[in-house]
Design a protein around this ligand. Sequence first.
Ligand code: GDP
Ligand code: ADP
Length: 199
Amino acid sequence: MTVDRAAAPHPAFLTVLSGPSGVGKGSVYARVRQRYPDVWLSVSVTTRTPRPGEVDGRHYHFVDRAEFDRMVAAGQLLEWAEYAGHCYGTPRGPVEQRLAAGLPALLEIDLQGARQVRAAMPGARLVFLAPPSWDELVRRLVGRGTEDEQTIQRRLRLAREELAAEPEFDVTIVNHSIDQAADELVALLDPAASATHRA
Ligand SMILES: Nc1nc2c(ncn2[C@@H]2O[C@H](COP(=O)(O)OP(=O)(O)O)[C@@H](O)[C@H]2O)c(=O)[nH]1
Ligand SMILES: Nc1ncnc2c1ncn2[C@@H]1O[C@H](COP(=O)(O)OP(=O)(O)O)[C@@H](O)[C@H]1O
């Protein structure tokens, strides 16, 4: 789990979005994309199995453990972490190309990944997406219906730790509604786009 300090020539253009499972990261990102089609999100590598509707290469690059380990060993991941029994990592090349071109990049990664990015790229901006309440987080995670009971309990245990780490982040957005949270994220990613949208 190492990050190359030379990886980001323009770290100020790097934004990290984190938050507990079920808080609405995917939903908010989808709305951001409608409002701000130029947004660029890194596609992570993961060893977990695809959920119904998830497309390989778009939502994730789905790989087996051997391939993931090979990518780690070859230094192809900018950061990586094990989360709830599966491995997740950010492919290094596409992010470095964006940053080298002076273009903004967004990572949607877990707390461990956010900490690795913070350590390696102090200029990166860390954004925490928080639920309006614990009960609402549980309702959303259960209501999504994509995980079995054991996986939900595992993710909720991790969520307690993630919520406790909120003060480590530069900005917190509370996901009361998808529209409001998306507005706030667009304003952070591109204040000009946000002003145009509101006008
Ligand atoms: N460190 C790290 N975490 C990731 C990466 N991609 C996704 N994650 C995180 O892994 C966790 C689980 O993701 P996922 O299985 O898609 O569940 P979801 O967040 O409930 O939709 C979430 O906290 C994601 O933000 C990555 O490349 N690196
Ligand atoms: N602001 C919101 N209000 C109500 N439900 C929401 C909101 N944001 C997300 N959801 C719902 O919560 C569930 C989890 O959202 P999702 O985007 O999959 O979360 P994450 O990507 O953080 O795991 C989904 O069923 C989604 O429709």
